[in-house]
Design a protein around this ligand. Structure first.
Ligand code: HEM
Length: 489
């Protein structure tokens, strides 16, 4: 049996000294051909999960060598050591042992022309002085705006629900959940950073989210597949992964976004200058964080959460509605404090983040020769080697979680809270906090709050919903087919 202390993983941790030192299994294959074979298995022949699970079986190890996409010619060195269990994965967060220099997207980095010539915060290693400066600026920015999170997001959600209802009434009874939450995520980040200015009253009009999508797509396309029919696999692979897309393709969108943030985020940019940042560097960083980190993360996170809540069915919807309405009544409203009292809501959000982390890949390079430990063995990694973690295999590790593949809504309630140290979506443990010395997402607590708020607002308005979902290139695509208005308040 897995889960709860003392767990097999804890036992393993305690006995780590005794683990046998083994050679890391796996092979990179022939130069050029090996990485191409691997990426065809990864995208087309096997798919991500099977790619990793078949190799775990083949090597009888959750740590092995493999190539990761994109490979030739976009990444000069696609060779990684993959970590696929909860015991080894956290080495990626140990900034004393690993370096996070230009590894945000893995074995390649999009041109800095996408970001005004700057290497923005997420590409900086913790040893670079500008990392502490910019990360500290974000942490302070969020702290000083924390009182606006709840009222701002509630207003935005209420508009979003109206759009969904209108679409259901007019578009053959279907509403595109992803596009509604993309708009809401953009709107929230823009207003948060830009003195509550309405983005539709700027030169962006209603096109802000689409402009970010274009800019994101050209940076991340080498890591994606549109899932074309089999005969087009080679063509897609050739188009997406032979040479990087040049930044000029996104130039006009990015220019408009930059100019709009530059003229709208006045208070924030003044704060950045006071903190010691150059105004233009600060603005490129703000656009990146608003668009890549925040908008890019949130627009995928909400459909994932909603899909899992939907799949759990009416009984969970009833329990959630009951908890939410009872606490809101008792506490006299929706506040950060009342959200803290909703143990099922909290657990459901963590469980969605565990079972399907929105950013599933983490990379880092060994700063020194080091030893990494799986549950069963220890392995030596040499200085400079690239370490890669596929997070869903760490957060669905059956040696830590019971029914690891199952969405268990109340998993993190009561004693279950002890398992939060194995929830890793933010590039760190859920029980740890982002700081200038680590690479954990500074939006960690904000994201958790927004997900809780989303559920609270939804189940204050509605009893249940009907939906359809399928996987898309970066997560889940959700279509709402029905909404049942709240029968009690
Ligand atoms: C669901 C939404 C989000 C997800 C899933 C997410 C996830 C992540 C992850 C996994 C990383 C680490 C990437 C790596 O180095 O491997 C990260 C870093 C970062 N995130 Fe988030 N994030 C989200 C929202 C936000 C928000 C709202 C902000 C706004 C402040 C933000 C700002 C950042 C920044 C600035 C970094 C770089 C941190 C550093 O360099 O130390 N993220 N995020």
């Amino acid at each position: 049996m897995a889960s709860l202390e003392p767990s097999p993983s804890t036992t393993t941790t305690n006995n780590q000294q005794d683990l046998p030192l083994k050679q890391i299994p796996g092979t990179y294959g022939l130069p050029f051909i090996g990485p191409i074979f691997d990426r065809h298995d990864y995208f087309y022949n096997q798919g991500k999960d099977k790619f990793f699970s078949t190799r775990i079986q083949k090597y009888n190890s959750t740590i092995f060598r493999t190539n990761m996409p994109p490979g030739p010619f976009i990444s000069s060195n696609p060779r990684v050591i993959a970590l696929l269990d909860a015991a080894s994965f956290p080495i990626l967060f140990d900034n004393k042992k690993v370096e996070k220099y230009n590894v945000l997207d893995g074995t390649f980095m999009p041109s800095t022309n996408f970001t005004g010539g700057y290497r923005v915060c997420a590409y900086l290693d913790t040893t670079e002085p500008s990392h502490a400066l910019i990360k500290g600026f974000y942490l302070n920015t969020l702290l000083s705006r924390k009182d606006t999170f709840v009222p701002l997001f509630r207003t935005i959600l209420s508009d979003a629900f109206n759009v969904i209802e209108d679409e259901l009434a007019s578009k053959n009874g279907k509403a595109d959940f992803n596009s509604v939450v993309s708009d809401a995520s953009f709107n929230f980040m823009f207003r948060l950073f830009c003195d509550n200015k309405d983005p539709s009253e700027t030169i962006l009009g209603s096109q802000g989210p689409k402009m970010f999508d274009t800019w994101l797509l050209f940076q991340l396309a080498p890591l994606a597949t549109l899932g074309p029919p089999k005969i087009f696999n080679y063509l897609e692979d050739l188009l997406l992964r032979t040479i990087p897309f040049p930044a000029c393709l996104a130039r006009s969108s990015y220019k408009k976004l930059y100019e709009t943030f530059s003229s709208s985020a006045v208070t924030l940019l003044n704060e950045a200058e006071k903190a010691g940042l150059k105004r233009s560097e600060a603005c490129h960083n703000i656009v990146f964080t608003a668009g890549f980190n925040a908008y890019g993360g949130l627009k995928n996170q909400f459909p994932i959460l909603f899909k899992w809540v939907g799949l759990s069915g009416l009984s969970l919807h009833k329990e959630l509605a009951n908890e939410i309405r009872t606490v809101v009544k008792q506490e006299g409203g929706v506040t950060i404090q009342s959200l803290e009292k909703m143990s099922l809501v909290k657990s459901v959000v963590y469980e969605a983040m565990r079972i399907e982390p929105a950013v599933p890949y983490q990379y880092a390079k060994a700063r020194e020769d080091l030893i990494v430990k799986s549950h069963d063995a220890s392995f030596e990694i040499k200085k400079g080697e690239m370490i890669f973690g596929y997070q869903p295999f760490a957060t669905k590790d059956p040696r830590v979680f019971d029914d690891a593949e199952v969405f268990v809504p109340n998993r993190f309630i009561g004693e279950g809270e002890k398992l939060l140290k194995y929830v890793l979506w933010s590039n760190g443990k859920e029980i740890e906090e982002p700081s200038i010395d680590n690479k954990q997402c500074p939006g960690k607590n904000l994201v958790v709050l927004l997900c809780r708020l989303f559920l609270v607002e939804f189940f204050l308005h509605y009893d249940t919903f009907g939906f359809e979902s399928k996987n898309n290139a970066f997560g889940a695509a959700v279509t709402i087919t029905s909404l049942t208005k709240a029968s009690t308040v």
